[in-house]
Ligand binder design. Structure first.
Ligand code: FES
Ligand SMILES: [Fe+2]
Ligand SMILES: [Fe+2]
Length: 487
């Protein structure tokens, strides 16, 4: 199936014959907007969804998708003779009408967005619009036929419209999820977290944006920042426009906002908020200061980002240190030892003959140890380390992935040829996860101080012992493993 849809979208994107009509449609929309003069801007902003903080078109598109699908379902039931109440056909008509109104609104918002796309995306946008317009015409025709009492023809028309809408929706999804149209394109790097000198103040001219770059070590990429001296103050916004990545440092200042040269989005110099669309996402913002004639900047954190700042880490380090039990080992050492145990188990299972009856037993031991390991990390280690390491969210996601892979391996018989391949994948995934922890998260964990690490290590060892010794915990794990095996 994906092959067919890939071929279809590829054929549309490569078809240069679509350029002419795509251009004409875009200009036809301009013919409506241009006579409106300055009033066109607020209308466009409203249609783009600048006020909403997200593109409006996909929001409105859910109305015809939902309502027409409901109408199609009711119509299909009626066609198949499924017994329904006398109000049922009326319900289909109402759903069809509601979807039609939503489709008109979605088309207006879609056309506003369409004017800014270019190249292959405009070709796809044209076919997307054509299919949805066909769907709209068929739905409107269907409503007319139903009014005339020709319900059979009306149902056929709206069913065809529903099919056209689904095709159009697929292309809309392609534009967003594959091509990133409507997706925030700004560079959201959390760097620099501390003030960094970037440029002598004297090189800045009033209202002339200048580009500077800062380095993001984790992403191994340089981040462009647009600096603007405006009314005696230096402002700094991300240089990559959130709309489609246009160069804001090549833009101009208008009414306290920095205008993108590509499609005219305007961002407030003070706080990066949107003053004019088509963009619907604010720009990343940087705090600035002048030290001995040099402009310094640091990133203003986005709400809820996962980035840790030096002051937060320092605060965590100032917490009182516990007194660990005598002889307690640091948590990273305990966990590393457990990683090694699991690595050895993987190797032993891989070396065993597929027909060895002990292979299944050892697989169960490994499954149990994996579950115990994830449990102690999720319960003790990760929550403690989270204030000093940015690796924790991804590590949680990897645990989920490992659990999914383990479920697949347990389902297979150790003598099944597929077992070897799945076991190898699981081994590699566990090894990747454990190695990443050892190289990065365990290193970060040392910021907590030796006493806290040892106190945590003691708790982890106690929990490991408890997990292995407790009859209730063992039985629960065995039951889960048996259920996963399907035995
Ligand atoms: S890239 Fe479109 S407005 Fe900036
Ligand atoms: Fe882990
Ligand atoms: Fe681990």
């Amino acid at each position: 199936m994906s092959r067919i849809t890939e071929d279809w979208t590829a054929a549309i994107e490569a078809d240069a014959r679509l350029d002419r009509p795509a251009y004409d449609v875009s200009h036809a929309a301009s013919l409506v907007l241009h006579p409106m003069g300055r009033a066109a801007k607020p209308l466009q902003n409203a249609l783009h969804g600048t006020w909403l903080g997200h593109p409006l078109h996909p929001v409105l598109a859910t109305i015809p998708v939902g309502a027409w699908t409901l109408a199609f379902a009711i119509d299909s039931a009626e066609t198949l003779g499924v017994e329904a109440g006398p109000a049922t056909p009326r319900a289909a008509d109402i759903a069809l009408a509601a979807g039609t109104i939503g489709a008109v609104a979605a088309a207006a918002a879609g056309m506003a967005d369409y004017r800014q796309v270019h190249g292959r995306d405009r070709r796809t946008g044209l076919v997307h619009a054509a299919m949805n317009t066909t769907a709209l015409a068929l739905a409107a025709g269907s409503l007319l036929l139903r009014r005339q009492g020709r319900r059979g023809a009306g149902r056929a028309a709206s069913a065809a419209g529903w099919a056209a809408m689904m095709g159009g929706a697929y292309l809309g999804g392609h534009l967003v999820y594959r091509r990133g149209v409507g997706v925030d394109q700004a560079d959201r790097s959390p760097e620099p977290r501390g003030f960094q000198p970037v440029m002598p103040l004297e090189t800045l001219e009033e209202d002339r944006p200048r580009r500077v770059e800062v380095w993001d070590e984790a992403a191994r990429a340089s981040i462009g920042v647009a600096l603007v001296l405006h009314r005696g103050r230096v402002h700094a916004l991300g240089a990559r426009c959130s709309h489609m990545g246009g160069p804001l440092d090549e833009g101009w200042v208008q009414d306290g906002g920095l205008v993108c040269p590509w499609h005219g989005s305007r961002f407030c110099l003070e706080h990066g908020g949107i003053m004019d669309g088509p963009s619907t996402a604010p720009q990343p913002r940087y705090e600035t200061r002048i030290v001995q004639g040099v402009v310094e900047l640091r990133r203003v954190p986005d709400p809820g980002d996962e980035a840790l700042r030096p002051e937060e880490i320092a605060k965590e380090q100032q917490r009182p240190q516990p007194v660990p039990p005598p002889g307690a080992r640091p948590a990273d050492e305990v966990l590393f030892e457990h990683h090694e145990l699991m690595r050895r188990l993987f190797e032993r299972i891989a070396d065993m003959s597929p027909t060895d009856p002990e292979r299944r037993d050892l697989m169960r031991v490994l499954a149990g140890e994996l579950q115990i390991h994830e449990h102690v990390e999720d319960e003790i280690f990760y929550p403690e380390v989270r204030p000093v390491s940015e690796d924790v969210p991804a590590a949680h996601a990897e645990h989920q992935q490992l659990a999914d892979m383990l479920a697949v391996v347990l389902r297979l018989s150790p003598s099944d040829p597929e077992f070897e391949a799945q076991l190898r994948s699981l081994h590699e995934a566990v090894d990747h996860h454990a190695t990443a922890e050892e190289r990065s998260m365990f290193v970060d964990a040392r910021r907590l101080g030796d006493a806290r690490l040892r106190e945590m290590g003691a708790r982890i060892e106690a929990m490991l012992d408890e997990e292995r010794a407790s009859l209730a915990r063992r039985s629960w794990r065995d039951l889960k493993i048996r259920l996963l095996e399907g035995v």
